[in-house]
Design a protein around this ligand. Structure first.
Ligand code: ADP
Ligand code: MG
Length: 325
């Protein structure tokens, strides 16, 4: 039997990283972070609950990846670079295979981003994974939700809708046989192992005004930016970058799930229109597609248009834990 301390030692403790920003890692009552002069800490927490954010029996390696990815996505949306994270883990049993898979997926993504595991808490209970990430960015460089301005372009990274399509298949809302198996595998990868747009967020410092990461669906998440910034937007729904799998689906489904599918983990950001070339260059530098999908208006509200500019009467739903059945 694995004890709590064996478990932490075996699966989550590694030699201290040679990182001057981390003065002390796992093993004491607290970890110690040392932000560089002129830098601010960016901090965010996300929890993943079995049966709510992932299905029972989900692949442990993918779950380790996704647990950190959704947190890194929040750092990306602020323009912060990852430094460290803590892991609070509630587990029904100390299953060695599960722990090996989970920690492998988790730490592989952490290594990719130079983000060290510096502490956490481990307890027995229903499977629940809570991560807090710490990032850094130059003071006043953050891409805040309240910084969109009328006249800004609205941009989206990568592609939308494929994760929702994969979720629909895994929930039995859509038969898998309706979808090309290779395309379905791609969409499932987008759902299970999202790529946080960290490099893009950093490249957009000093270019973008506002940014948010798309976890609950484009329209609902953009609304948060509009509310915080006190403005509105006009969006060309047909310009939303559809993932390869949803792109092959009927128009109504493609529009609905690119607009409000959820689980995309792309960035939506606004930038002044005279900086279009800089946005495209940031996308290239970060090796991430960026697509212009509309503009910010002074008048509040979200106006949806088709590719010919005709108003679309879609009422996009956004995921809400207490409102969505
Ligand atoms: P405390 O009694 O202060 O809560 P613990 O005994 O829970 O401390 O943890 C001992 C050390 O192991 C601490 O440094 C803590 O941050 C770290 N730790 C506990 N669980 C995890 C985990 N799942 N991942 C990484 N570090 C962990
Ligand atoms: Mg503890």
């Amino acid at each position: 039997m694995l004890s709590e301390f064996d478990l932490i030692h075996r699966y989550f403790t590694r030699p201290p990283a040679a990182d001057t920003r981390i003065a002390l890692g796992i093993g004491d009552d607290c970890a110690l972070l040392q932000p560089a002069p002129g830098m601010q800490l960016a901090i965010s927490t996300d929890m993943l609950v079995e049966g709510r954010h992932f299905l029972a029996g989900a692949d442990a390696n993918a779950l380790g990846h996704k647990s950190l990815a959704v947190n890194l996505s929040d750092l990306a949306a602020m323009g912060a670079s990852p430094v460290a994270f803590t892991l609070a883990l509630s587990l029904p049993t100390a299953d060695a295979d599960w722990l090996a898979g989970f920690s492998k997926g988790l730490l592989a993504l952490a290594d990719l981003h130079g983000c060290s595991l510096i502490g956490g808490d481990t307890t027995k209970g229903p499977l629940n994974i809570c991560i807090t990430v710490f990032g850094e960015l130059p003071s006043s460089a953050a891409l805040r939700r309240d910084a969109a301005r009328p006249g800004d372009d609205v941009w989206v990274s990568g592609s939308l809708g494929d994760a929702r399509l994969a979720l629909a298949v895994s929930l039995g809302e859509l038969p898998a046989t309706d979808i090309d198996p290779e395309l379905l595998a791609l969409a499932t990868k987008h759902l299970d192992m999202p790529t946080p747009r960290v490099a893009l967020g950093i490249a957009l410092r000093g270019i973008a005004h506002a940014a948010i990461d798309l976890s609950d669906g484009f329209a609902g998440d953009l609304r948060h930016v509009l509310e915080r910034s006190g403005c509105g937007a006009t969006i060309d729904v047909d310009a939303l970058p559809a993932g390869p799998t949803i792109a092959a689906q009927p128009q109504a489904r493609r529009r609905a799930w690119t607009l409000s599918g959820g689980d995309d983990y792309e960035l939506c950001f606004t930038a002044p229109s005279h900086l279009r070339a800089d946005v495209l260059a940031a996308g290239l530098a970060a090796d991430t597609a960026v697509t212009r999908v509309g503009s910010i208006d002074a008048a509040s509200g979200l106006r949806l248009r088709d590719r010919d500019g005709n108003p679309l009467a879609l009422t996009p739903a956004s995921f809400d834990h207490f409102l969505t059945p």
